[in-house]
Design a protein around this ligand. Structure first.
Ligand code: ADP
Length: 479
C-alpha cells in the first residue's frame, strides 16, 4: 500500500511539474586519498600513521567533539614492558599476552588477530612516546585485566592523553578533521568491487567524499539498544552505557560502521559478545588488588580480580543487582574520586561501623568480611573466591565506599577483518579499498575482553589500517 501511494504521488508530481521550482543544492564532492570514519583512538591512530606515510587524510566525526569512547576511557593500556615488570618479579612477553588474551576470551578470538595484537603491543610504548606522551613509571593490573601489564600516563589522567597527543600530531601533519559530519554509507563497486568513497551529512546537508581507501573506525554499538538486544536480548534500555552513565547524554556508539559495512557485503563476527562493567560510580580505584566488593549483606560474592563477564554475571545475580566497593586510604585513587565525593557516589568513613551504617548493613558481618579478606590479602591467597592479585590490606581509615551496578561497556563483535585490517565479505573475500580498526571490528577479544586490551588493540590495528591504506594509495599513484 505504502509503495502504491508513493508511486501515485510521484506520478502526480511528474504530471504537474511539482518540484520544478525547487533549486537542488549543488552536490558537494570532496576528493582525498583516505577517508577515516570516526575520530576516536582507532581513527586517530590510522589517520596519523597514514599521514606520516604522506597520504592526504580526511577524518569524519559525527559528534561536535573528537575522541569517542577513547577520550573518556580509564586509559589502561596493556603491553609487555620488561623494564617495569621484571623488577617486580613479573615475567611477561608477547607469547604470554597472546595465550592469556585467547584464554580470557575462551578461545573465541581469531588467533591470527590476537598474534598481531600481542606481537605489536610492546611497540606502543615507544609509539606514544614519539607523539609526546609521558608514561607513568608504574605497571598495574587493570580491572578485568587478569595480569599486571597495564600502563597509563599517570594515576590521575585517563584516555584523554592518548587523544591529545594523537590530535596534536594529526594537526601537525595536516590531517583534516571534520566534526559534525556523519558518515551515512559507503560507496562501493569501483574497479574490482572496491570501496571508493563515503556519503555523509554535515550541517549544510549531503556531502560526498571520494577516496582511494576508506578506514572505518566508528567504535562499537553499546548505545544502540535495538542492535544490542538483537544479539543479547537481556540488554534492554534499562541498561545505560559507560559512555553515557546517566542515560541523559548522547550515545554516539551506535554501530554505524558495522551497519554501513554490512550494507556493502561485509561479514560480522562475534556479535553476541557484549561486555558489561560496573560503572555506576562507586569504584575509587581502576586497578585490581586494592579493593574488596561486598553484596547488600556485607558479604563477599566474587573474585574482584576475575573476568569481567564473571563479575557482571555475579552482580546481575546479586540481590538488587548491585554491590558495594570498599577501599581505604592506602590505594591510588582514580581521577574521578574528588567529584564523586562531592556528589555522594563515593563516601568516606572513619570506622567500619560508620561505613556499615552508610551501606545499611550489619556492622558485625562487614567487620568479619574485612578481617577474613585481610587475612587472605596478607597471604596473597583467597580460598573463598580465588583472587590472586593483592596490592594491600584494607585496614587504614578513612575507608572509601560506593555502590556499583553494571553498564554496557564494550561490544566485542563487529566487522570481520584480516590481520592487515582489510574488511572481509560474507564469502571470505577482501573488499578492496576498505579497512576497519578498533571496536567496530570483531574477532580480537573473543567472548570476554581482558581489561586494558582495548586501548592496545585500537592502537595496534588503527596503525596497521593507516599503514595499509597509505600503501594502497601509494601503489595506485605508481601505476
Ligand atoms: P575506537 O575505540 O574503536 O577508536 P571510539 O568510540 O573511541 O572507538 O571512536 C569512535 C568514533 O566514531 C566516535 O567519536 C564516534 O562519534 C564516531 N562515529 C561513530 N559513528 C560515526 C559516523 N557514522 N560518522 C562519523 N563518525 C562516527
Amino acid at each position: 500500500m505504502k509503495f502504491a501511494r508513493l508511486a501515485i504521488l510521484s506520478l502526480f508530481a511528474g504530471l504537474f511539474g511539482m518540484g520544478a521550482y525547487a533549486q537542488p543544492a549543488p552536490e558537494r564532492v570532496v576528493n582525498t586519498d583516505i577517508v577515516v570514519i570516526g575520530a576516536g583512538g582507532a581513527g586517530f591512530n590510522a589517520a596519523v600513521t597514514a599521514a606520516q606515510a604522506k597520504a592526504k587524510v580526511i577524518m569524519l566525526e559525527k559528534m561536535p567533539t573528537i575522541g569517542g569512547a577513547t577520550i573518556i576511557s580509564g586509559g589502561s593500556m596493556n603491553f609487555p614492558d620488561p623494564k617495569l615488570q621484571e623488577p617486580k618479579g613479573i615475567k611477561d612477553s608477547p607469547d604470554i599476552m597472546y595465550r592469556q588474551t585467547l584464554d580470557a576470551g575462551d578461545n573465541r578470538g581469531d588467533p591470527a588477530l590476537v598474534r598481531v595484537l600481542a606481537d605489536n603491543a610492546p611497540e606502543l610504548k615507544q609509539w606514544y612516546e614519539s607523539l609526546g606522551l609521558v608514561w607513568a613509571d608504574r605497571v598495574f593490573e587493570p580491572f578485568g585485566g587478569l595480569f599486571p601489564r597495564g600502563h597509563n600516563s599517570g594515576a590521575t589522567t585517563a584516555g584523554r592523553d592518548y587523544v591529545r597527543v594523537l590530535n596534536d600530531e594529526a594537526k601537525k601533519l595536516g590531517v583534516e578533521i571534520r566534526t559534525n559530519t556523519r558518515a551515512v554509507s559507503l560507496i562501493r563497486d569501483g574497479a574490482n568491487g572496491s570501496v571508493y568513497g563515503v556519503k555523509a551529512e554535515d550541517k549544510e546537508g549531503k556531502i560526498t567524499f571520494l577516496a582511494k581507501a576508506v578506514v572505518i573506525a566508528t567504535g562499537g554499538f553499546s548505545g544502540n539498544v535495538e542492535m544490542r538486544m538483537k544479539y543479547d536480548p537481556r540488554l534492554d534500555k534499562s541498561f545505560h552505557t559507560t559512555a553515557n552513565p546517566s542515560g541523559k547524554a548522547v550515545d554516539f556508539n551506535t554501530g554505524d560502521g558495522i551497519l554501513m559495512g554490512e550494507h556493502v557485503g561485509a561479514e560480522l563476527v562475534g556479535m553476541d559478545y557484549i561486555q558489561l562493567i560496573p560503572w555506576y560510580g562507586g569504584r575509587a580505584i581502576d586497578y585490581v588488588g586494592g579493593d574488596v566488593w561486598v553484596n547488600s549483606e556485607g558479604k563477599r560474592f566474587v573474585n574482584e580480580g576475575g573476568r569481567r563477564d564473571k563479575i557482571a554475571d555475579a552482580i546481575l545475580a546479586a540481590k538488587g543487582q548491585f554491590c558495594w566497593v570498599i577501599t581505604d586510604d592506602q590505594s591510588i585513587k582514580n581521577s574521578t574520586v574528588e567529584s564523586k565525593l562531592k556528589t555522594g557516589l563515593i563516601k568516606k568513613a572513619n570506622t567500619i561501623e560508620e561505613m556499615a551504617k552508610g551501606m545499611d548493613m550489619d556492622a558485625k558481618v562487614l567487620r568479619a568480611t574485612l578481617e577474613r579478606y585481610n587475612k587472605f590479602a596478607a597471604l596473597k591467597q583467597d580460598p573463598d573466591f580465588g583472587k590472586t592479585t593483592f596490592t594491600q590490606l584494607i585496614n587504614k581509615p578513612p575507608y572509601y565506599y560506593g555502590m556499583e551496578r553494571e553498564n554496557v561497556h564494550f561490544t566485542e563483535g563487529g566487522l570481520h577483518i584480516t590481520p592487515r585490517t582489510e574488511v572481509l565479505d560474507v564469502d571470505g573475500k577482501i573488499i578492496p579499498g576498505l579497512y576497519a580498526a578498533g571496536e567496530v571490528t570483531g574477532g580480537v577479544h573473543g567472548d570476554n575482553r581482558a581489561g586494558g586490551n582495548s586501548l592496545a588493540a585500537i592502537s595496534v590495528f588503527g596503525r596497521i589500517a593507516g599503514k595499509n591504506a597509505a600503501a594502497l594509495v601509494a601503489a595506485g599513484s605508481d601505476e
